[in-house]
Design a protein around this ligand. Sequence first.
Ligand code: AHR
Length: 504
Amino acid sequence: MSNYFLDFSQRKVIGKIEPTVFGSFIEQLGRAVYNGIYEPTHKTSDSVGFRNDVKKLINELGVSIIRFPGGNYVSSHNWKHSIGPIDKRPVDLSLAWTERDPNLVGIDEFVPYAYSCNCEVMMALNLGTGTFEDVIDIVEYCNINNSCYWADERIKNGSRQPYNIKYWCLGNELDGEYQICHMSADDYSKKAVSAAQIAKTIDPNILTIACGSSSPYSAKFPAWDKTVLHETFDYIDFLGIHAYFTYPDLNNRVDAEFFGSAKMFNDYIHTCIKLIKEEKEARKSDKEIYLSVDEWNVWHTFDGTLNYKTPWGCGEPRLENQYDYADMLVFTTLLTTLLNNADYVKIACLAQLINVIAPILTQKNGSVLRQTIFYPFSILANSVKNALSLETLSYLPSFKTKKYGEVSSVYSNVSYIADRDEYVVTLVNLTNEEINLDLICKHNATLDKIITFKTDNIHIKNTFDQPDNVKPLTVDKHLDFSDSLNYVLKPFSLDFLYIKNRKE
Ligand code: AHR
């Protein structure tokens, strides 16, 4: 018996975990596309130039939807330059990232590629330099069957069937002053309303995502989001928010401070949910607006990955974070936060997917690497899509941080998979002490298996030379118990418990 407990016996549902919560993001940036997914000279590449070894890992990761083509990149992107015969495509400058884009991976390459990875596409519209005519044309190109100019162009370019892209982002981070053509919340809202109206007129099945805040730390948050929700309410389906976390003080990297990130993340999400509810209430509306956390991750900038020296290059390393075990713990607390808000978080895109702040790293002409953060995403994506995220009652220890105040030592999520009558319990211990916990389900049950990690160095990383420094261990248990299970969380541990109800 322990003082600390996590009780999920009430089986109170927060929400269904939509598969789209396990989304990701590929931007035309660094080695995400060129020398990432696309490397025609690689020995595993297909006839278009996509690496099959990378595709295999995308499948293993369990990604359900990929946002494309940006990010900041999209705000000066001319989509019409990225279609048609490859040898006739112009080279463009990516203003956001001071890179060159030869436009070798456009809509007709990327969308079929994503579909072949069993992923949907979340297309981002250019609401920076882009015009409303561009919006009409791209939606027509992607989603209209035939017999109009841009649909017929798509057919000429080899795709008989429309792509039927359902999710469309109305621009990217237009609140940020670094964003090409950034604007006020009022100006953005006007542009977003017209773009959404155009998209939904062309294809009423389209769901639109408005730009909410680019960061919980933004000085414009939450005023920006409040205005956008108020002005665009009738035209949008999701408020899209972004959040990246690192050590709050980059000159003094205290793990415990970084470990508080999910508290900020949760507050951010809750503030947005409150704004949505208030706007709905003020209008006496039945319409639901959900959250799309369409960029989230741990992102460190202290290692110089932002200081690129060669402007206007292409396919060179940018923002290639190497994630360690501690990053994996924080990453999992962020992921459990998304799942614990499954009533409103219906889409989330891990930013990004390949090489750029990503779970997968590639070597040019070489192999692929699963970074530490690959594992919690893949384990949960392959276990709890369509499961029910459950409310818990808990009494847990906590620790103090300067930045985030009192933070729980244990982050958890309990998901229930109805057709297997099984719970998946995710447990992260953020402290260097053992925590003795009672898991209460008030039922006869069996602890079937545990997926766990072992390390005595929380700053260890996976490298191409030592790719298995951090990897999951599966322990088969088949341990029957009644009502509650006493479980000891090891210091700095990450465990996934698979618990089946037993009817007897
Ligand atoms: O994911 C990297 C960048 O982070 C994206 O381009 C931008 O939207 C965000 O600021």
